[in-house]
Design a protein around this ligand. Structure first.
Ligand code: AMP
Ligand code: ZN
Length: 494
């Protein structure tokens, strides 16, 4: 193990706690994945990028991490009771599973573009119907649910009365909860509006349906995460994560179901990311207040004045703590672009350094800054503070380069550590890669690309489609993408 204590903020206790894994050296982490009925928006990406950095840092510390992130492809209903996937299927005239495939692939592409690592296991809800039926049976057997007209409900009222658990995670007062609970379909079948479906009877027109002991139906949305986390990580595991908009009802009901079936709290630590806002409002599909990552990369969106590369967008995300909201604005992205370039340039400068001095003041300060950067990461994954220490190191690197700081005060051992740790932060922990044109090579590359774009534009004007297609296809093979927006062609490395 490289670093000592890791502190993390546990949503369950609302406190920072020292992290102790259930089994030394191992971590089980479950994160709620996307509902694949439309393209991911940048808010979703923020949550998944945050957990990717958490995953990477835990591994950096030396833990063996089993990271499970599901794909929701059934059961997540809209307010009118229609399944999100079915609605997508009707709208696009596709099979539900075609919708699932299309948007799962799109999600994977986006995660790759943001240079996030795939989870260890990515289970789909529709592939775990048996496990979910089994869990409903366990809940019924233990007396925490009831069947009504082909559906099965969790008895929230009984559970709240007999166990002091419901409402603890989301900080809701049970009495109020029982009053204000959102109306769900099949209201008449329930004993109380606060009860929630763990299995739902399928209407005649319902597309996604399975046989069960209660007739044809489909699992309730919350159930999939309880069933799949238990299957792959056990009844109790270390970390459960998701966006904080999932705390209620999704995570609260997950806890209830796990108690209902297994008699225990599923996760020791609950981590919740905060929301990405756009112009001060939550970015959300249902409110239409979204920007697609592509819109941001190409600049083809009324919200930005130009395109920003995926790594610039990722760098922008790193500048806020995962538990704070962050507001997406064009100004903030422009500042992020400058910061990102500065960081990458310093990395290159550093790689060219060699030193054989004797440890002096500079040496000491560099070691202190590196220690502090890791301390910040170990303090509830404080990326912005760790980044601030890295930028102090950037000042030192530039000072050494320009001769303002004496290279003679830098020992070979410290330079070695600086190179290793700096690279560990940018590449292994933050998962950044050099995708903007910077430095001399970058300028040359950009110059060549402008020439190629010009040649392609000439071919297009002359309606020489074979040549323009050849240019585009060859670039694609080289993983370089051209985007045409607002009459300007830009290029990015895929
Ligand atoms: P969904 O596909 O709607 O189930 O959302 C997938 C994940 O993205 C969940 O963990 C949500 O909490 C999260 N999420 C949704 N909107 C935002 C947002 N504006 N900012 C950050 N995370 C979000
Ligand atoms: Zn979930």
């Amino acid at each position: 193990m490289k670093i000592g204590k890791l502190q993390l903020h546990n949503s369950l206790t609302r406190q920072k706690e020292t992290f102790t894994p259930l089994e030394e050296g191992y971590i089980g982490m479950y994160v709620c994945g996307p509902t694949v009925y439309s393209d991911v928006h940048l808010g979703n990406c923020r949550t998944f990028v945050s957990f990717d950095i958490i995953y990477r840092y835990l591994k950096y510390l030396g833990y063996k991490v089993r990271y499970v992130r599901n794909i929701t492809d059934v059961g997540h209903l809209l307010d009118d009771g229609e399944d999100r996937i079915s609605k997508g299927a009707r709208a696009e005239k596709l099979e539900p599973m075609e919708v699932v495939q299309k948007y799962t692939l799109g999600f994977h592409d986006m995660m790759r573009i943001f240079n996030t690592e795939p989870p260890s296991i990515e289970p789909r809800a529709s592939g775990h119907i048996l496990e979910q039926i089994q869990m409903v049976e366990d809940i019924l057997k233990n007396g925490w649910g009831y069947e009504s007209n082909g559906s099965v409900y969790f008895d929230t009222v009984k559970f709240s009365k007999e166990k002091d658990v419901y409402g603890k995670l989301s900080g809701r007062i049970v009495e109020e909860l029982l009053v204000e609970t959102r109306e769900l379909k099949k209201q008449d079948d329930k004993r109380h509006p606060a009860d929630f479906a763990i299995w739902m009877k399928a209407d005649e027109e319902h597309l996604m349906r399975w046989n069960s002991p209660w007739g044809e139906g489909f699992p309730g949305w919350h159930l999939e995460c309880s069933a799949m986390s238990t299957k792959y990580l056990g009844k109790t595991f270390d970390i459960h994560g998701g966006g904080n908009d999932l705390k209620f009802p999704h995570h609260e009901n997950e806890v209830a179901q796990n108690y209902g079936a297994c008699g225990c709290q599923p996760a020791k630590y609950w981590l919740h990311t905060n929301m990405l806002l756009m112009n001060g409002k939550k970015m959300s599909k249902s409110d239409g207040n979204t920007i697609t990552p592509e819109g941001l990369f190409t600049g083809d969106s009324p919200h930005v004045t130009k395109g920003y590369s995926p790594m610039v967008v990722k760098f922008f995300m790193l500048q806020a703590h995962y538990r704070s909201t962050m507001d997406l604005t064009d100004d903030a992205l422009q500042a992020a672009e400058k910061g990102y370039r500065r960081l990458m340039e310093a990395q290159k400068t550093l790689e060219g350094f060699s030193a054989d001095g004797t440890a002096g003041q500079v040496d000491k300060e560099i070691n202190e800054l590196l220690d502090q950067a890791f301390e910040q990461m170990s303090d509830d994954f404080n990326c912005p503070m760790a980044l601030a220490r890295l930028f102090e190191l950037v000042n030192k690197i530039n000072g050494l380069r320009d001769g303002h700081l004496p290279m003679a005060e830098l020992s070979a051992a410290t330079l070695d550590r600086l190179k290793k740790d700096f690279h560990a932060f940018t590449h292994d922990i933050f998962g950044l890669k050099d995708d903007v044109a910077d430095g001399e090579d970058g300028e040359k590359m950009d110059g060549l690309m402008q020439l190629i774009i010009q040649l392609r534009n000439n071919a297009r004007e002359a309606k020489d489609w074979p040549t323009s297609d050849k240019i585009r296809d060859t670039l694609k093979e080289l993983e370089i993408q051209l985007k045409d927006a607002k009459g300007v062609t830009t290029w990015t490395k895929a």
